[in-house]
Design a protein around this ligand. Structure first.
Ligand code: NCD
Length: 313
């Protein structure tokens, strides 16, 4: 599932199995794009003549916009295809879509899908480079890369950092990608939340499991909050939003248990007052807007790396 692994690898489907040697150079490239973005000096010929198709089978605002901006800043032609969810067999739909996209000769395909594994299936059937923009509860590699870049900018390292990923871990592809990446880079990762949303099985991924915020936040350098993903829940997994906030919401009092100046992160979209209090989300410790900024830079780096040395379609 890893990409950038073989010399000829052309997809980014997930981070599981990637090594620090593959991750660090990508973060370095993203950092250089972050600086170019700020100085408005991005070379527009990196993707000139390339076509990027955003293929989103699930709703998205920031991720789709972020990929669109990344492609356009590097000079690609970007097309957004919003594919309405259909009740027909997902496999057939995807394969039909793959045939259409091959005929259109896209160079880059950015895919979001509610089914885990859908981008990997498409990758087998298309000529284009495929980037997973979130598949089911499986992975969301560019989100984890932007999280890592944001952490590295503030902390200057990964080794020995304690990162607490809190909330609806069970349904979160963001959490899975972050766990793969951050444990690989030497962070100590904790997952924190109610047993219904943070099953003990996560221990097999090399993380510590906590069921109270008070224990899970103590001594953390980074506090990463996750959205309650009700659209993926069966009923009864949480009592009510109010109750949830009372036990698992991040407010100033709980944040004070983490290390002084701990970073506050959230992949967005945020449910203020459900998993995070506005006073914390908008505080000096919050790097949530910087995550969005780094998202564009990371996606530029990924698009650049995947297409480098490849002939355009
Ligand atoms: C995340 C996603 O779609 O997995 N959002 C994002 O990409 N910024 C997390 C979420 O939806 O809660």
């Amino acid at each position: 599932m890893a990409s950038f692994s073989g010399r000829h690898s052309r997809h980014l489907l997930g981070l599981q199995g990637m090594t620090p040697d593959q991750i660090e150079p990508l973060l370095d490239l993203a950092e250089s794009y972050a600086l170019l973005n700020r100085s408005r000096k991005v070379p527009r010929d990196v993707l000139r003549g390339r076509t990027l198709i955003n293929l989103f089978f699930e709703d998205s605002t920031r991720t789709r916009t972020s990929f669109e901006l990344a492609g356009k800043r590097l000079g690609a032609d970007v097309i957004n295809m919003s594919v309405a969810q259909s009740s027909v067999n997902k496999g057939e739909t995807l394969l039909d879509t793959a045939a259409t996209l091959n005929a259109m000769q896209a160079d880059l395909l950015v895919v979001r899908h509610s089914q885990s594994g859908a981008p990997a299936l498409l990758a087998q059937k298309v000529e284009a480079c495929v980037v997973n923009a979130g598949d089911g509860t499986h992975e969301h590699p560019t989100q984890a890369l932007l999280d890592a870049l944001t952490i590295r900018r503030h902390c200057g390292r990964f080794a020995g950092l304690t990162v607490a990923i809190c909330g609806d871990v069970a349904h979160s592809r963001v959490a899975r990608s972050d766990i793969h990446l951050l444990t690989t880079m030497g962070c100590k990762v904790r997952v924190v939340g109610p047993p219904t949303l943070v099953p003990n099985g996560f221990k097999s991924l090399g993380v510590e499991v906590f069921h109270t915020m008070e224990e899970g936040l103590r001594g953390a350098d980074v506090v990463m909050m996750l959205r309650l993903q009700r659209e993926r829940m069966s009923s009864g997994q949480i009592p009510s939003a109010r109750e949830y906030f009372r036990f698992y919401g991040l407010d100033q009092r709980r944040l004070a248990l983490a290390n002084k100046d701990a970073l506050v992160m959230h992949p967005g979209p945020m449910n203020r007052g459900v998993e995070i209090d506005s006073l914390v989300a908008d505080s000096d410790q919050s790097v949530i807007q910087e995550q969005v900024e780094m998202g564009v830079a990371v996606r530029m780096a990924v698009l650049d790396r995947l297409t480098r040395g490849r002939h355009s379609a």
